[in-house]
Design a binder for this molecule. Structure first.
Ligand SMILES: *Cc1c(COP(=O)(O)O)cnc(C)c1O
Length: 423
């Protein structure tokens, strides 16, 4: 793509944008009477306007049918967790059997670790990228302690090469091969929340399998951001949340993927609950846990219907747009942001630590400031540009293809140029 720094480049790109009408499907935050430029969809996606009617429908069902809404009304709640399967399977590249909506992300991570972290003697090590999202670190630390092991001895945190900010795939693969027999699990992000790096899920999974270890991924920053192919890549399990790129509301229902080959293996240890019980006998209320086939067999509880209703509203938008179309725009849009950032006198102030290869990143650029970071962040906020700040000195900017335009990115570039010019 040949970018230029003139405004008419952005206007022309917007005119040609296949997704240009999707922006109108979302509410943008307004402050002091001014609509804000929103670049934090990687933290909390905007609210689709259609959420209200999806939620209203379930409130109405509750009002009119109460308990009988489990089997009556338009969307019987007994089956409600199934209504997201088709869309989630599309987004993750999985079979419908392999995905289900349930709980919240960290809870799901614990459930997956309970099943797929099975230390046996010396085969007890876990590989993770250094600087993983804190909740994932705490989940791993406490899971390791739960097995009577010592986190510092178990957890292998992969660091970038000196002077680099992202991991090289080759280094990840050699770490896996070096641990060989001692490796039990690789548990990494899909897209790293801090650096924005998109890891090579297929190669990492294959290397893990070569040493008889499981490979699981936290897709919090990957799902809805870029297409995934979990089934083809033979990933063992994955978890995600729905409130970042998936725009399904704060604390919204999470989801899991469990590879088909594990989904009917009842010898894998797991925690059970009545919603994981075979649905044919679920309401017989009898002793004896006989899990559903597939990811459904990991459910504990009946799904949060109100939250899942919001999720469905959003998933429908993704289905209309198509994740491949979203990704095509995303590459160009993030590339445009990168171009504008490099076009400012930015080099003096920050470096972009996200990979410059579009295949190795999604819709996020992370700017590591050498100086004036907090000042620039605050000035951007004051100028109506919502970006986010991560300690100690990173600004993350996420142009989200569903609702950010090229003109939005142009405005951000301008704002940043003015701010840096005044320092
Ligand atoms: C956002 C995020 C979380 C948040 O966890 P919740 O259980 O949804 O609060 C956890 N891990 C990663 C990698 C995240 O990006």
């Amino acid at each position: 793509m040949h970018y230029t720094s003139e405004k008419n480049f952005a206007e022309e790109a917007d005119r040609k944008d296949l997704l240009k009408n999707f922006k109108d499907l979302f509410y943008f935050p307004v402050r002091n009477g001014k609509q804000q430029y929103y670049f934090t969809g990687n933290s909390l996606g905007l609210q689709p306007k259609s959420v209200r009617s999806f939620v209203e429908l379930e409130l109405k069902a509750w009002e009119e049918y109460a308990v009988e809404a489990h089997f009556e009304g338009k969307n019987p709640w007994f089956h409600y967790h199934k209504f997201t399967k088709k869309h989630l399977a599309e987004l993750t590249g999985a079979k419908e059997l392999e995905v289900v909506s349930m709980n919240n992300l960290t809870t799901n991570l614990h459930l997956m670790l309970t099943s797929f972290y099975q230390p046996k003697g010396r085969k007890n090590k876990i590989i993770i990228e250094a600087g993983a999202f804190p909740s994932d670190q705490y989940a791993l630390e406490t899971q390791i302690k739960l097995r009577g092991l010592i986190p510092d001895e178990i957890l292998i945190e992969l660091q970038p090469e000196p002077g680099e900010h992202c991991l090289r795939t080759d280094n990840i693969l050699s770490a896996i091969r070096e641990l060989n027999e001692e490796l039990a699990l690789v548990m990494m992000s899909g897209v790293q929340y801090y650096s924005g790096q998109f890891f090579e899920i297929d190669k990492i999974t294959q290397a893990a399998h070569e040493v008889n270890a499981y490979a699981g991924f936290d897709l919090a920053h990957a799902i809805g951001n870029l297409p995934l192919s979990l089934h083809k890549d033979d990933v063992d399990f994955a978890v995600w949340c729905s409130y970042k790129y998936l725009n399904s509301g704060p604390g919204g229902v999470s989801g899991i993927y469990v590879n088909e080959k594990h989904g009917s293996n009842n010898t894998i240890p797991r925690l059970g609950g009545w919603w994981g019980q075979n649905e044919e006998i679920r309401f017989k209320m009898q002793k004896g846990f006989h899990p559903m086939k597939g990811a459904d067999g990991w459910q504990l509880s009946n799904v949060n219907v109100i939250s899942t209703a919001a999720h469905r509203a959003s998933l429908e938008i993704f289905s209309k747009a198509g994740i491949n179309t979203i990704r095509e725009k995303s590459k160009i849009l993030t590339g445009y942001l990168e171009y504008l950032l490099n076009d400012t006198m930015s080099g003096n102030y920050f470096e972009i630590i996200t990979p410059s290869n579009p295949e190795e990143r999604g819709a996020q650029l992370s700017l590591l400031f050498k100086k004036n970071g907090k000042e620039v962040f605050e000035a951007l906020t004051k100028d109506n540009m919502l970006v986010d700040w991560r300690e100690p000195n990173v600004v993350r900017i996420s142009p989200v293809p569903l609702y950010n335009s090229f003109t939005d990115v142009f405005a951000l570039g301008n704002s940043l140029r003015n701010i840096l010019g005044q320092l």
